[in-house]
Ligand binder design. Structure first.
Ligand code: 7TS
Length: 411
């Protein structure tokens, strides 16, 4: 297909490419609504994993031999595919990590080295633990101050409060693009402008956005953007840190080891250039190559159509659940997508999740690694249905009937 041409969106055609969706669970057709936790993998990614380990397996950046050079080329081509997909200026700005959590820890450690006592980090109430705990650890290590911008009852960031917390003491804002628990879409482009106006940097946690919308890091003007491969139809164990080149250049390495050095003596070591400075040791080579494949797969699709489809699914599910007595939707932001979280009066989320499972429906229950957010809503957890482009309205009809049945059993 010519560069820039997108396939018209067809759920049926997309589903055909995901073998995991064609299975039964407890004798029922699987309905996979746990995409916030991890996504299923298309055949092209499965084939790439098989191809790599069957034929191309070799270490990279070091071999003179054919296989090593081939693996190196494929790994670096994946980096370029990701760079283009994110519209980053240079492929050197794409650092392979283990995933979102690892990327945030890298920034917390490394960018954190540039900060001094009294500097402030600003996050929000709706962050995943991965975007809370590394900052708490950094604050303890460097005597920094962690500030938390509050949200309203709908699950939206209160921008006036965010503005009040921003000051020339703020050195980094770290905010999720889309909340994994609420589905809220944060106005990160606007937040980036405000952040830069006080001279701070902004990290966007893209764990829940890259698979649902077109992301252009230069348009957002974020300083860092992080995501996990496994949530974007690639393998586990690999992810990405995008960072602006000048900033990454100023940051010290996170880990020491092979590949990240330029010259080692016992007296002194000099470090390699970007991106290698941040990629110590043998990386997840197959993972990187297959993430590249997942990104190419996504790039051929019409992301605007996908976004419309997923928004429609979430609204459809939410509107129906809203009519049930005793059901409360958690997260009713005006700008929201792909996630419906809810609680039911006097019924524990886990019990609903268990009954849904027996009906072949995979959802997640619990706090979704957002305990402070659960505290804000004064609930122990939610039932969360999180959708991907391969989900259908018919699946939601089955899900709604199953929720109704589960409630009637448990009441
Ligand atoms: N940030 C957000 C917004 C997330 O949703 C997640 C994972 C992470 C960070 C961490 O990603 P990891 O790949 O490094 O683990 N969220 C979820 C979830 O909602 N259910 O399971 C994992």
């Amino acid at each position: 297909m010519a560069e820039g041409t997108k396939k018209p969106f067809s759920v049926r055609e997309i589903r055909e490419q995901f073998p995991a969706l064609r299975q039964t669970v407890y004798g029922k057709n699987l309905i996979y609504f746990d995409n916030g936790a991890t996504s299923q993998k298309p055949q092209v990614v499965l084939d790439a994993i098989n191809r790599y380990y069957s034929k191309d397996n070799a270490n990279i950046h070091r071999g003179v031999h054919f296989m090593s050079q081939k693996a190196t080329t494929e790994f670096e081509e994946a980096r370029i595919a990701i760079q283009k997909y994110l519209n980053a200026k240079k492929s050197e700005e794409i650092i392979f990590t283990k995933g979102t959590t690892d990327s945030i820890n890298l920034v917390a450690f490394s960018y954190g080295e540039l900060l001094k006592e009294g500097d402030e980090i600003l996050i929000t109430t709706m962050e995943h633990h991965s975007n809370i705990v590394p900052w708490q650890m950094l604050c303890e290590r460097k005597k920094l101050v962690l500030k938390v911008a509050p949200i309203n009852k709908k699950g939206e960031l209160i921008e006036e409060e965010f503005d009040k917390l921003l000051s020339n003491r703020t050195k980094l804002v770290s905010v999720t693009h889309i909340s994994n628990t609420l589905g809220t879409i944060n106005p990160v482009k606007e937040l980036a402008k405000k952040t830069h106006a006080v001279g701070a940097k902004i990290l966007v946690d893209g764990a829940q956005s890259i698979q649902h919308m077109k992301v252009d890091v230069r348009d957002l003007d974020c300083d860092f953007y992080v995501f996990s491969s496994h949530k974007v139809f690639g393998p586990t164990g690999i992810g990405v840190l995008y960072g602006k080149e000048d900033l990454l250049d100023r940051m010290p390495p996170y880990q020491g080891g092979g590949d990240m050095i330029s010259k080692v003596t016992f007296e002194r070591t000099t470090y390699n250039e970007l991106p290698h400075k941040f990629e110590a040791g043998t990386p997840h080579i197959a993972g990187g190559i297959c993430l590249g494949e997942a990104i190419r797969f996504l790039n051929a699709l019409d992301m605007d159509a996908i976004q419309r489809h997923e928004k429609e699914l979430a609204h459809y599910a939410q509107d129906m659940l809203d009519t049930f007595e005793g059901v409360r939707i958690i997260g009713e932001a005006k700008q929201k997508t792909s996630v419906v979280s809810f609680v039911v009066d006097k019924i524990h989320p886990f019990d609903i999740g268990t009954l849904l499972d027996k009906q072949g429906i995979a959802v997640r229950t619990g706090h979704h690694c957002t305990q402070p957010l659960m505290d804000f809503f004064k609930i122990p957890g939610t039932v969360r249905a999180s959708f991907a482009f391969y989900n259908t309205k018919e699946e939601i009809d089955t899900f709604i009937a199953a929720v109704e049945k589960s409630i009637s059993i448990l009441k």
